[in-house]
Design a protein around this ligand. Structure first.
Ligand code: DOR
Ligand code: ZN
Length: 432
């Protein structure tokens, strides 16, 4: 296999505590050497990337994406979704099981990882927790794990019943898998299409109360407490409310293994952005109040949030161009996450660059236990993002790699331009 030498760059590897000029040699899909600037041993035939003025960092990891295959290739395919990932600086994505059919078998889990899918970055399937994600009968977690699944979830739907969620947490713990909960008490959200509050009232739409999320997070934490095992791991997907974050914060103080992620749209936008029924601002959980948005940002800054995850959820234009209540939930996110995080978390909120990158690489790798990812120490996978931290640009959805255009961030100013994304030693994206 080929080798790549990345020279003259500024390495930021939060997991190794490095924030300094370094040269790196990638060989046979792994990091072969990290050397002081100019001190890399010559490697015959290695391609040289000149990263002068650029940041070199572990490839980004998104633990919550919808790649739509099998079954809905008109929205996205594993090939187009991972091309979007690579363009956004991501080298690993964890793919949700709400496909058609639902990924509740080892066969589908393997199919998603097969080379024929044409993925340009690593895809880690997440298996369905229950058969058909119907919340009734548990799947065979050991078999899903053996096929490559890195967690279980019924994302898109909650695991609602107490007994089923308890059994899911216990069974997943026995085989060493995390349980990712889409926390929505669907008994409180029937017929609702946005956040409950004055905006929903004005638009004449039924609203989802914050308690639909926080109530289920509190219930889940109670179950984790009762199970009394440090092997039990609950991960709260797309956390959107101050109340849910408060519950996670308390669970952590109590020493429980409870982690959470927040999506860029939930710390940047509020339900006011729905404006006049903009379906590109419709997702589940919905955009919340200004107070909730502020709480997400605060929790990111103070370290309660373990990972930024996009919940990349592509939908075709014809599906979104309908009445608000009929439009499907979801927004794309892979091509905007880094640019938004650099602009708003680093640029505006003054979060150190290393901490921002950690939330997008080392920490999500730790949440799902992805070994050899999220770090550029010698022997790690050669997953690298090289970006210009100073470059400012405007995101144009029409020019994206994703098949879908359903983003609330079209026309937004971004900071930090990806120049190269390298996945397991291969160039997956190169800016032109
Ligand atoms: O906005 C969302 N989109 N929320 C979900 O729970 C599912 C997802 C999708 O699959 O489109
Ligand atoms: Zn979800």
């Amino acid at each position: 296999m080929s080798a790549i030498a990345i020279k003259n760059g500024h390495l930021i590897d939060p997991s190794a505590g490095i924030d300094a000029p370094r040269d790196i040699l990638l060989k046979d899909g792994k990091v072969a050497e990290v050397a002081a600037a100019g001190k890399l041993k010559p490697a015959d035939g290695a391609q040289v990337i000149n990263a002068k003025g650029l940041v070199v960092a572990p490839g980004l990891i998104d633990i919550h994406v919808h790649l739509r295959e099998p079954g809905q290739g008109y929205k996205e395919t594993i090939a187009t979704g991972t091309a979007a990932a690579a363009a956004g600086g991501f080298t690993s994505v964890a793919a949700m099981p709400n496909t058609i059919p639902v990924n509740d078998t080892p066969e589908i889990t393997r199919w998603m990882q097969s080379p024929e899918r044409g993925a340009s970055v690593r895809v880690f399937p997440i298996g369905a927790a229950t058969r058909g994600s119907k919340g009734e009968a548990l799947n065979d977690f050991a078999a899903l794990k053996a096929a490559g699944a890195v967690a279980v979830t019924d994302d898109g739907h909650p695991i609602l019943k107490d007994s089923i969620m308890r059994d899911t947490l216990a069974a997943a713990a026995r085989v060493g898998l995390s349980v990712i909960q889409h926390a929505e008490d669907t008994r409180l959200t029937v017929g609702a299409s946005m956040n409950a509050g004055p905006v929903a009232f004005r638009l004449g739409l039924r609203g989802m109360p914050v308690e639909a999320e926080s109530g289920l997070v509190e219930r889940d934490i109670r179950l984790v407490t009762e199970l009394r095992s440090d092997k039990v791991h609950l991960h709260v997907a797309h956390t959107s409310t101050a109340k849910a974050i408060a519950a996670v914060r308390q669970a952590r103080r109590n020493g429980l293994r409870v982690t959470c992620e927040v999506a860029p749209h939930h710390f940047l936008l509020t339900d006011e952005h729905v404006g006049h029924y903009n379906t590109n601002c419709k997702m589940n959980p919905p955009l919340r109040s200004a107070a909730d948005r502020a709480a997400m940002l605060e929790a990111i800054l103070d370290g309660v949030v373990d990972a930024i995850a996009t919940d990349h959820a592509p939908h075709a234009s014809h599906e979104k161009e309908v009445e608000f209540e009929r439009a499907p939930n979801g927004v794309t996110g892979l091509e905007t996450a880094l640019g938004l995080c650099l602009r708003w978390l680093h640029g505006e909120a003054r979060m150190p660059l290393g901490r921002v990158l950690s939330l997008l690489s080392a920490q999500p790798a730790a949440v799902l236990g992805l070994k050899g990812r999220g770090s550029l120490t010698e022997g790690s996978f050669a997953d690298v993002v090289i970006f210009d931290p100073k470059a400012e640009w405007t995101y144009r959805a029409a020019e994206g790699k994703s098949k879908s255009r359903n983003t609330p961030f079209d026309g937004w100013a971004m900071q930090g331009k990806v120049r190269w994304t390298i996945s397991e030693g291969r160039i997956a994206y190169e800016a032109n």
